[in-house]
Design a binder for this molecule. Structure first.
Ligand SMILES: [Zn+2]
Length: 270
């Protein structure tokens, strides 16, 4: 097993162009990135990609009118079986409440029992998003850039939600989230300036924030433990391709068979 410090950074919410080249993905370095899509059309463009360090999502961004208008439950249902992540989906204060809620309810209905993680956007409509989740809870729910208050935080924790946090979030929000519900994100690129992430996967600031708000924690190891748990509980782990699984969970490089002993090496060595 690699030393824990060399495990990849985890970016549970970033936007990457579907046309990204293999070289560009490679240049993300030692990172494992959830690549959000904003529409079913974008998801269609990435569905055949086989990337080691990008786990693509199927999404419909609540603030993008064309994406909302193009959402079809049947199309989402068909796409869903090819993805381990759903995102970006959710609610946003920009845009018609009713249409957004209809789509979110449909997404959550389709995701019921599906082995996926769901990256949820809730800007300005956090309580309503939690209401939708209370109606149809999911063990893979990850609230991205949570901005709710203590009451909504309590509701989200009761629902079993995880939280992907970034370097621009207030420290008091991050410290209020229990360590075992934390994941890291960049939300690249829209908030590059605020978050200070140079590239998708650059979660340095988020890890620093976790280290400061949860004294004594080891953010990288913590996030890996949390990711492993949510991937296992949902069954999404089985949807990772072989290279992704090997990146996150390298097998030990012990020899398969014990060395043959001829009895001459039993002398004590220091
Ligand atoms: Zn996003």
């Amino acid at each position: 097993m690699l030393p824990r410090t060399e495990r990849p950074r985890i970016d549970a919410h970033a936007h990457i162009a579907p046309s990204v080249t293999r070289q560009q993905v490679h240049d993300l370095g030692n990172a494992f990135v959830f690549g959000m899509t904003r529409s079913l059309d974008e998801a269609r463009q990435v569905v055949r990609r086989v990337d080691t360090n990008v786990l693509w999502g199927v999404g419909t961004h609540p603030a993008v009118a064309e994406s909302r208008d193009a959402y079809r439950p049947e199309a989402f249902r068909k796409a869903l079986e090819y993805f381990a992540v759903v995102g970006e989906v959710g609610l946003d204060r920009r845009g018609p409440r009713e249409q957004q809620r209809t789509i979110l309810d449909s997404v959550l209905d389709e995701c019921h029992d599906a082995p996926v993680l769901i990256s949820l956007h809730s800007t300005g409509r956090t309580s309503e998003l939690l209401e939708a989740l209370e109606r149809r809870p999911h063990p893979g729910a990850i609230l991205h850039w949570f901005t709710g208050g203590p009451t909504d935080l309590r509701r989200a924790l009761d629902l079993g939600c995880y939280f992907s946090v970034n370097g621009a979030m207030p420290p008091e929000t991050v410290s209020a989230i229990p360590a075992d519900r934390l994941l890291t994100e960049t939300d690249f690129p829209s908030s590059r300036r605020k978050i200070g992430a140079r590239l998708p996967g650059d979660t340095t600031k988020a890890e620093e924030l976790i280290a400061a708000s949860h004294p004594g924690s080891q953010p990288r190891a913590l996030i890996h433990d949390n990711l492993r748990r949510i991937l296992s509980v949902t069954g999404a782990l089985d949807r990772l391709n072989a290279q992704q699984a090997a990146l996150l969970y390298p097998v030990e490089t012990e020899p398969l068979l014990p060395p043959v002993s001829d009895g001459s090496r039993n002398d004590h060595q220091n």
